[in-house]
Design a protein around this ligand. Structure first.
Ligand code: PMP
Length: 413
């Protein structure tokens, strides 16, 4: 029986890290995974997060209860995360939705867990068709296929160094027919599109959202990098704010899904802290509780209940105004360093091949390099990037920036 199980391909991103660990070159540089490293090349805890952690581990606030959390997560995490997402990030429209009991919520295993639980719910009750940008984070397709989506389609997002919003809209208009009996979901990267680092302008977003609203599609907002575009988490929730703007869209008649993560913006990667919020349509008094009851069923059968430690830390940061303000400053510091690295590379390379330098933002730099160049970088210089040409900026610091830029110049000559 077991000899019928074929070998699965290595993960496109984590597989490279495994290869990196075995590389014996002293100059090796890992620019694959999206984990923020400081200017010494270390993954360090955000100062505010470390402070919250200390309080939780000492003194009267020390947690001594390691029993299970409720299936849908910690009640205090729920309150503070909903406040952050729907009051702080969407002050005009969010509070009303909470008051009207229109947001079903579940604490999830970070952003990936939120997407998986959302896919499960949608596939079971609403739709098995989802549109994903081309290119996208490769796990989007994995997750939706594994969680019941039989029809995963791509919309054109980026081609030959350009974001093509007109093509995106035209493609949807041609291929999504709202009366054909199929509901179409669509994944939207809220900001810092992974891997390209390019996002539509506000005006373009408005056209896109108008189109998907008119086509009665179901938005699944993937907000994994809130704060990493502008340095301010509240400002970066603009797609969510636009979707919930009552003056534009009375409602999303088939619901709106928000998959959110504190992995990148609080540095809580391995703690798996995130959430799924489902905004249900108005005037359906039972929908919020019905949806939440189904989310509970899904979680129960998938992993029973979420882990407790990271969400306690996040709750401590989110539930105190001073902590929250300091956290925002930490995010700003991180984004400033990412910008400095981007600028430092630009200054050294002066390289025409640096695509869209001014418009890209976030953790990554999408170089446009092709696989043969990436293979050379890895084989000749031990510089590891993902095979789509994406480079994780924070892996670069004063001690390796010249080495990386010289190698980039050498392989592109
Ligand atoms: N969505 C996108 C676009 C991502 O890049 C990531 C992280 N690489 C995630 C979701 C989920 O990350 P996590 O599960 O660590 O929160």
């Amino acid at each position: 029986l077991f000899n019928k199980i074929p070998r699965a391909p290595p993960d496109k991103i984590l597989g490279l890290t495994e290869q990196f660990s075995k590389d014996t070159n002293n100059n090796k540089v890992n620019l694959t995974v999206g984990v923020y490293k400081d200017d010494k090349g270390l993954v360090s805890t955000f100062p505010t997060v470390a402070k919250a952690q200390k309080i939780l581990e000492q003194g009267e606030k020390m947690n001594s209860d390691f029993s299970y959390l409720p299936i849908i997560g910690s009640p205090s995490y729920r309150i503070s995360t909903l406040n952050f997402l729907f009051r702080d990030s969407c002050p005009e429209s969010g509070p009303k939705l909470l008051e009207q009991e229109r947001v079903s919520f579940v604490q999830t295993l970070s952003g990936t867990g939120a997407l998986a639980v959302a896919a499960d719910l949608l596939a079971q009750f609403v739709s098995r068709t989802v549109w994903v940008p081309r290119p996208s984070w490769p796990n989007h397709v994995n997750i939706f296929k594994r969680h019941g989506f039989s029809d995963v389609r791509e919309y054109p997002y980026y081609e030959d160094g350009k974001l093509d919003v007109d093509e995106w809209i035209t493609h949807l208009r041609k291929n999504v027919k709202k009366n054909e009996g199929v509901r179409h979901c669509i994944i939207l990267h809220a900001c810092c599109h992974n891997p390209t680092g390019l996002d539509p302008t506000m005006k373009q977003w408005q056209q896109i959202l108008d189109t998907i609203h008119e086509l009665e599609m179901i938005p699944i907002i993937d907000m994994a990098y809130q704060g990493l575009e502008s340095g301010n988490p509240v400002r970066d929730a603009y797609v969510l704010r636009m979707c919930l703007d009552k003056s534009r869209y009375e409602s999303w008649p088939h619901g709106l899904f928000l998959c959110q993560s504190f992995a990148k913006n609080m540095g809580l990667y391995g703690e798996r802290v995130g959430s799924l919020s489902v905004v249900v349509p108005p005037n359906q008094p039972d929908s919020k509780d019905n949806v939440e009851s189904q989310l509970k069923q899904i979680v129960r059968s998938m992993y029973s209940s979420p882990p407790g430690y990271g969400c306690r830390v996040a709750t401590m940061v989110l539930s105190n105004d001073n902590f929250k303000r300091d956290w925002y400053k930490n995010v700003e510091t991180m984004v400033q360093r990412l910008l400095n690295v981007r600028q430092g590379m630009y200054d050294r390379l002066g390289w025409k091949g640096l695509l869209n330098f001014e418009q890209q933002h976030g953790m990554f730099f999408y170089t446009g390099l092709k696989p043969h160049a990436l293979n050379r970088l890895r084989e000749e210089y031990s510089i590891y990037m993902t095979m789509d040409g994406r480079l994780s900026l924070s892996g670069i610091n004063d001690s390796n920036i010249d080495y990386v830029c010289d190698a980039l110049k050498a392989i592109s000559d």
